[in-house]
Design a protein around this ligand. Sequence first.
Ligand SMILES: [Mg+2]
Length: 125
Amino acid sequence: MNTNGSVKAENDKRDMHRSFYAHVMGGHLTDLSVNIKRWRESKGFSTSEANFAEKIALCHSELSEALEAHRNGVMSGPDGVPQELAGTIIRVLDLASALGIDIEDAIASEMAKNELRPHKHGKRY
Ligand SMILES: [Mg+2]
């Protein structure tokens, strides 16, 4: 196969993976992010370009809480690993929605890129 054919085949694979992931999400993640944004606004919080760094720090804080919960063996309950991971996702989806990011499209693109990478992305870990 020539270079053009190889590039076309890779683009076709990427498009196939992208379509698959977009299909799997089916708009549900976008709907969730819009609802999270509405909920956040109803509670009087704001998320925008102006406080992007603060919101990223709060995403980090949820992950740190998940780490501490795991270190302490708290695998359930209101401060358990599942709830802290959920908090992380909620904050990320709110941020994406507030900034007008099509998070499903971004995830589909990222996963399509990842699908074409080699085992462990060619790295040791
Ligand atoms: Mg938390």
